[in-house]
Design a protein around this ligand. Structure first.
Ligand code: S3P
Length: 436
């Protein structure tokens, strides 16, 4: 397979596209549908490596998930909260942190059954104690490399008890793991996060009939009580704003661009990028706003803006744009003045160390970036030269470098470009369609 992409700068982007389904909601539709009773139908599922890893693991846990065909709706018949089977094989989560962490929460309370989770080289280096530790407070038992901090992880299913857990990081994966464990624990489980992270799990659990309540300042306290069963639902998955983000930034900066991105999820826990685009002075409009399956959606029309202003990202907004930092780093290179990204240490434990990797790769185009322990300082007004860059196996880096290449003079080459298959397999086709 062609894994090096050549991208020519100096083009314009124009046209209408639909980005693929939301990755976070796709994972959750499979997991929550699997433990519901009755049928869950799923439409708009993201047919990409990460959610397909979740489907594969759930099949090994005894759930009858049909072969998923790209673009076609499908249904799964749930096995109930206690109906998960002990698998004969190791569960391979591939590159997907969401798969591994949410399954740790789901499986910790499956009494008398044991499970082994592993992943690719990147995932097996990512921190898992952030999930294992709070679940251990509930009675969960985990073993793993480096004293349980890294996968492969063994889970010994136990009877869990609800408790109050304060998480040190604002992570939807950690919060969701605890909530899934709380579904099958005795008593009440209460999670308090330092800043609110994406709330797709809470929304979906509620829709399936779980007893979930959001409390506290800015909804940072989520309380769940166990229920006997969840009821299968119809799930319509909107497009992923984290995939739309590449076009939102490309359309704002590349001259003579006008892109209409249809059917984008606009859940307020995900729209931090729009706030930054407001500060930059981007020219965009949100059209056709509606709510589908409990999630706000709309279309985003973005046009080129001149004289973009620099921005600062820090504090509570981080979880609301956590996956957009790589593309916002590209954006900062084209804003007049100095932009700053702070409080972003979490970026160092994503699919790659995204602070280091984005600084290293963008410097090859001539970007002026200083790497700090918890962020980046970027001097805008860059004139990008063509470069030979590398995704370093990270999907969001690959697509951010594609946008950077469009902004460079001449032809650039991206190696390991197909890392994009993790979340946006049709990215390169959409790019082809938009180039004018
Ligand atoms: C996700 C949560 C975020 C995000 C990831 C998907 C989820 O990770 O970066 O791409 O689906 O819950 P963290 O929970 O580690 O912040």
């Amino acid at each position: 397979m062609d894994n090096i992409r050549t991208i020519k700068g100096g083009v314009n982007l124009q046209g209408i596209i639909r980005v693929p389904g939301d990755k976070s909601i796709s994972h959750r539709s499979l997991i929550i549908g699997s433990i519901a009773e009755g049928e869950t139908s799923i439409e708009g599922f993201l047919y990409s490596e990460d959610p397909l890893s979740t489907a594969d693991c759930l099949r090994k846990l005894g759930v009858n998930i049909p072969t998923i065909i790209n673009g076609e709706p499908f249904s799964i018949k749930g096995v109930g909260i206690k109906g998960i089977k002990e698998p004969k094989e190791i569960l391979n989560c591939g590159n997907s942190g969401t798969t591994m962490r949410l399954l740790m929460g789901l499986l910790a309370g499956q009494e008398g059954k044991s499970f082994i989770l592993t992943g690719d080289d990147s995932l097996n280096e990512r921190p898992m104690a952030r999930v294992g530790k709070p679940l251990s407070l509930m009675g969960g038992t985990f073993f793993g490399r480096e004293n349980g901090r890294k996968a492969p992880i063994t889970i010994v299913g136990e009877k869990l008890r609800g408790c109050v857990v304060g998480t040190p990081v604002a992570s939807a994966q950690v919060k969701s793991a605890i909530l899934l464990a709380g579904l099958n624990a005795s008593g009440t489980t209460s999670v308090i996060e330092p800043a609110s992270s994406r709330d797709h799990t809470e929304r979906m659990l509620k829709a399936f009939g779980a007893d979930v309540n959001i409390r506290g300042e800015l909804g940072r306290n989520i309380v769940i009580n166990p229920v006997d069963h969840l009821t299968g639902q119809r799930i319509l998955i909107p497009g992923d704003i984290s995939s739309a983000a590449f076009w939102m930034i490309a359309g704002s900066i590349i001259p003579n661009s006008n892109i209409l991105i249809k059917n984008v999820g606009l859940n307020p826990t995900r729209t931090g990028i729009l706030k930054i685009m407001d500060i930059m002075g981007c020219n965009y409009e949100i059209l056709d706003k509606s709510i589908i399956a409990g999630e706000p959606i709309g279309s985003i029309n973005v046009k080129t803006s001149n004289n973009l202003k620099p921005f600062k990202i820090e504090g509570d907004i981080l979880p609301k744009l956590i996956d957009e930092i790589p593309i916002l780093t590209v954006a900062a290179c084209f804003c007049g003045g100095i932009s700053e990204i702070k409080d972003a240490k979490e970026l160092r434990v994503k699919e790659t160390d995204r602070l280091k990797v984005m600084a290293r790769q963008l410097k090859k185009f001539g970007a002026k970036i200083i790497e700090k322990e918890d962020g980046l300082i970027i001097t805008g007004d860059s004139k990008f030269n063509s470069a030979e860059v590398d995704s370093e196996t990270d999907h969001r880096v690959s697509m951010s470098l594609a946008v950077a290449s469009l902004l460079a003079k001449g032809s650039s080459k991206i190696s390991r470009a197909n890392a994009s298959n993790v979340s946006y397999p049709t990215f390169w086709d959409d790019l082809e369609k938009l180039i004018k």
